[in-house]
Design a protein. Structure first.
Length: 289
């Protein structure tokens, strides 16, 4: 915050429109003001892109599929399941699809017990009474079918309903068949003043906090001719092209093939370069969803 400057960080300031052209980008705010910049990075989830008037309009084919998931974060006094000779991890086809120990290996008093649901099961949990105490009671009743010691250990809980959040309208991305190859290149266009970041753009860590960090670390200023690449190679190179400088840990590939195909670039004066960014991961990635 100190490096950026507090006045440059605008909170509670919805964006209503984004216009980009060859010269600059303009961002229209709900308060009537317009901001100008060289580039715009869109970090809001695809499920709320329809709240922003983009000019030019986004390609109709650019519509990453988003999931419907909910969580109930439950604080408990201790690892009660161990007294019942049970594990914290369960899988079910009922309203609560999965549970796990959210603070496994972490020091401190108390524990976190997480209940997770997706798809139709998530809709069932969302249909339970909205009042916090009644919602938690519904969860306790469902989970107590397996964990008899949950109620005595219960301290408090919080229901996370991302699909009902007006600024999210979904939980996390879950690409439909074909979307990784068809939409990935559109999400990572390096020659546009409008770029995207967020877990839905990180095919290495889709749906996870690490994905958001991964995309944010990469999206920086336009890299003249660079092409983001995945584990199979550079987006700008044909599959198996020996000139593509690929490596599993590298995240950018500025190879001769991608540069030669980039307008206005001369491979002779724009030498290849590779930037590697290491992203930390947790021992249990599902804890960060």
């Amino acid at each position: 915050m100190t490096e950026i400057g507090e006045r440059r960080v605008l909170l509670s300031t919805p964006v209503t429109g984004v216009t980009v052209d060859d010269r600059l980008a303009r961002v229209r705010l709900a308060n009537g003001k317009t901001l100008e910049a060289e580039d715009v990075i869109v970090t809001v989830p695809p499920s709320v892109w329809n709240k922003i008037a983009f000019d030019p309009v986004l390609p109709a084919s650019l519509a990453p599929q988003m999931g419907t998931n909910v969580k109930c974060l439950i604080a408990v006094r201790d690892a009660f399941w161990r007294r019942e000779d049970l594990a914290a991890d369960t899988l079910s086809d009922g309203p609560v699809n999965q549970t796990w120990h959210g603070t496994d290996g972490q020091p401190g008093a108390g524990e976190a017990f997480v209940a997770f649901s997706g798809g139709p099961s998530a809709d069932v949990c969302r249909s339970w009474p909205a009042q916090t105490s009644l919602k938690l009671e519904s969860y306790l009743a469902e989970l107590s079918k397996v964990y008899k010691g949950l109620r005595p250990a219960f301290v408090r809980g919080r229901f996370m309903d991302w699909p009902s959040d007006v600024w999210a309208k979904a939980s996390y991305s879950f690409p439909a068949p074909g979307q990784v190859t068809s939409q990935g290149p559109l999400l990572w266009r390096d020659n546009s003043r409008l770029r995207f970041a967020g877990e839905h753009t990180s095919y290495a860590f889709m749906g996870y906090m690490e994905g958001a960090l991964h995309s944010g670390a990469l999206v920086g200023p336009p890299d003249r001719g660079a092409r983001r690449r995945g584990r199979e190679g550079c987006v700008g190179c044909p599959p198996g092209d020996p000139s593509c400088a690929t490596a599993v840990s590298a995240t950018w590939c500025c190879c001769s093939a991608s540069r030669a195909s980039s307008p206005g670039l001369d491979p002779a004066i724009d030498p290849p370069a590779i930037e590697t960014i290491e992203i930390p991961t947790t021992s249990n990635p599902s804890q960060t969803r």
